[in-house]
Design a protein around this ligand. Structure first.
Ligand SMILES: [Zn+2]
Length: 300
């Protein structure tokens, strides 16, 4: 597979696009480097990497749609497949992911594609938690449609957010390496005429090869070709990336939250603690003295 494709290093980015003066909105992105970073951290099988990449791409879309810098969105995909639970978090365009079993794998499907639906599972739930920094986060949940994730996110937007949407997510992976990855989200705005919706549905066949398309074609050229004649305008573009926001301070808070009894036990029985971040695999080490300090700060 690699031999037939140029492995390029085009930048990861997200284009915000309007069609027909805003009757429909489009997010189009390349997320190849994001997937490669996730592969470096989690060492997944190709099938798991494709599933992770698709989940991250959709989460990046949700992240950039939240205008507030301090807002975050957490997506969990809990299917009945061998990959286990997928958790992806975005702060704006910065995304991170963790999965239950990244080494799980399945044979290719009869059509030669990676069996993303199989590894995620065909049954389960897609949950989106949007934290806007208010007291109550917004929580939306839908049942999985196929586990392939594109359709599942389309269902989430259409049913849970009442926003008719087309979603295509794709990742080309080979021997645990992401050759290219990307996605497109098309949303009809309220009052969008039927004819435009029909046009978009007709053109959605182009989206199915998105992972291959974003490998060596500039995103704006893809948009020009796909949305030709629909008054396509690029409003803005931004860089999307894999980034973990964990810190020693956050780990300290987590340890303090364990409470005095558990901290005492860590000190007496283990003589320290090492916490590994699920999203970036960074190990944060705490000595006996560090834990004694935290114990003094714990209120219960
Ligand atoms: Zn981390």
């Amino acid at each position: 597979m690699n031999e037939q494709l140029n492995v390029l290093n085009l930048p990861d980015e997200m284009l915000h696009i309007t069609l027909m003066g805003g009757q429909a909105k489009v997010l189009l992105c390349r997320t190849t480097l994001m997937a490669r970073k996730a592969a470096e951290i989690h060492q997944p099988s190709s099938t798991a990497l494709a599933a992770m990449s698709r989940a991250m791409t959709a989460t990046a879309m949700l992240g950039v749609m939240m205008k507030d810098e301090n807002a975050s969105v957490t997506v969990t995909v809990a299917g009945d497949g061998p990959i286990g639970k997928i958790t992806a978090v975005a702060h704006g365009p910065r995304v991170k992911i963790s999965v239950g079993n990244p080494q799980a794998d399945l044979p290719l499907k009869a059509d030669g594609h990676l069996d993303v639906g199989g590894i995620v599972g065909h049954h389960g739930r897609l949950t989106v938690i949007k934290d806007l920094g208010l007291k109550e986060p917004y929580i939306g949940q839908t049942a999985l449609v196929s586990g392939e994730l594109g359709q599942d996110f389309a269902q989430y937007f259409t049913v849970s957010e009442q926003q008719p949407s087309l979603v295509a997510l794709g990742a080309l992976a080979h021997e645990g390496f992401c050759v290219s990855a990307g996605g497109v989200l098309v949303q009809a705005m309220p009052g969008c005429p039927e004819e435009l919706i029909e046009q978009l549905e007709l053109r959605s066949v182009f989206f199915s090869a998105i992972s291959r398309e974003v490998a060596d074609v500039a995103l704006e050229d893809l948009a020009k070709a796909w949305f030709d004649g629909l008054d396509m305008k690029i409003l803005s573009r931004e860089t999307v990336s894999y980034q973990c926001d964990c810190s020693r301070e956050k780990m300290e808070k987590a340890l303090i939250a364990l409470g005095r009894a558990e901290l005492r036990q860590l000190i007496d029985e283990d003589g320290g603690a090492e916490l590994t971040c699920h999203f970036c695999r960074t190990a944060h080490r705490f000595t006996r003295d560090d834990l004694e300090d935290l114990l003094a700060r714990a209120s219960r």
